[in-house]
Design a protein around this ligand. Structure first.
Ligand SMILES: [Ca+2]
Ligand SMILES: [Ca+2]
Length: 149
């Protein structure tokens, strides 16, 4: 004998399966988010590489690279050097922001005793907000994260 209709359990099960399939479709249809995540990962990696190089430069030269209190930005690079030519010996590449325009760029500044370097995140706001700095949209590194706002 055929059943008259679906039981409540069958309906709930069917809805759950549809919900799972729908979420899979939504995730696969957002390739632009993968590109953003990938660029943010690169930014965090580059900021890490630059921080190590800045510390190395300070150890060798007794001061941080560049002119004190000047804010250097990767989108204002001269040639392709954006901190100083002397600093280029400490890095294997210039480590530019993957987009590198007026909105997404790396910034660096220093005082006599401290430095800060940061990058604007596209999608990874967890790391941008969780770095103990004073800017929730930029990933900040250095010895004083309040030098750049
Ligand atoms: Ca931050
Ligand atoms: Ca800051």
């Amino acid at each position: 004998m055929l059943k008259q209709g679906l039981t409540l359990v069958e309906v709930i099960l069917a809805m759950a399966i549809i919900a799972i399939l729908a979420s899979v479709v939504v995730v696969t249809l957002k390739p632009q988010d993968y590109a953003k995540k990938s660029r943010d990962l690169k930014r965090i990696d580059y900021i890490g590489q630059l921080s190590v190089a800045i510390e190395d430069y300070k150890l060798d030269n007794g001061e941080y690279p560049g002119v004190e209190d000047v804010v250097y930005a990767s989108n204002n690079a001269v040639g392709n050097v954006w901190i100083t030519s002397g600093f280029s010996n400490y890095i294997v590449t210039q480590y530019m922001d993957p987009i590198n325009d007026n909105d997404y760029n790396f910034r660096y500044t220093h005082t006599q005793t401290d430095y800060e370097i940061d990058a604007k995140m596209e999608i990874n706001l967890t790391d941008a907000a969780g770095d103990s700095g004073n800017n929730t949209t930029r990933y900040e590194a250095g010895t004083d994260l309040t030098l750049l706002n």
